[in-house]
Design a protein around this ligand. Sequence first.
Ligand SMILES: [Mg+2]
Length: 290
Amino acid sequence: MKKTALITDLDNTLFDWVDLWFACFSSMLDSIVDISGIAKDVLVPEIAAVHQKHGTSEYSFLIEEIPSLRPILRGRKATEVFAPAIEIFRRKRRDHLVLFPTVAETLLKIKGKGTRIIGYTESMAFYSNYRIRRLGLDGVLNYVFCPEDHRLPEGLSESDLRNYPASHYELKYSKQEFTPRGSKKPDTAVLDAIIADLNLNKRDCVYIGDNLFKDVAMALDCGVEDVWAKYGQAHKRPEYQLLIDVTHWSPDEVQREQTIKQRDVNPTHVLDKSFAQLTEMFEFGDFHGQ
Ligand SMILES: [Mg+2]
């Protein structure tokens, strides 16, 4: 049976988001400690509170909102006082933002068959669009479904904060659709809506993601053929603890992720080595004729 739509998670399925996040965040945090003289264990819970408030663990205005840093900033811009912290964050981002091996050629191969490729991520538009563009996926993905951005800090407009016109931050070739506020994997509502919106047949679709509890469980519940990107799972790595310490996820979500086992959610297909295994498992075909 040919698959004519590939629905894919982005973070840790197409690239190593955890590695990227850790490299950027931990070096920025070390630099904040150096500049401010404030200990990490004071900063970490304050950072967690900011992330919780905004519903993301990647928040551009983090430094401004950490209470302990306010007396240091005294109204000055974080981009000036903490310039080295921001610089190292950006340098690490340049170095660590790369696709997993075989992802690029496999996506192109599948796309070349005329298959529709749809990204579905829980990372907010501003952050995921940057990565999609830098990874060269704008246009490779036909559609990207993701949440809208968090609200901007009070008194600031987009043009105050961003160096380029709004169009610079948008996808040029992939069509972007926003998922409803508060919707989360493994709730099947969004996946169902994607399939309905794009007029797809469930039996023609395959869904791939690295998270058993979110991605695989959702696809199974939805009745879409599921693939577990096991090569991408990251929650057992030591550096993952820092993410848990400052995460915006609820304690319940963290707990479920840490304790879930393959036998609890039983994936139909497992990619234990690389994304390229997808083309050994499925035949991809042209959606145009349907
Ligand atoms: Mg993921």
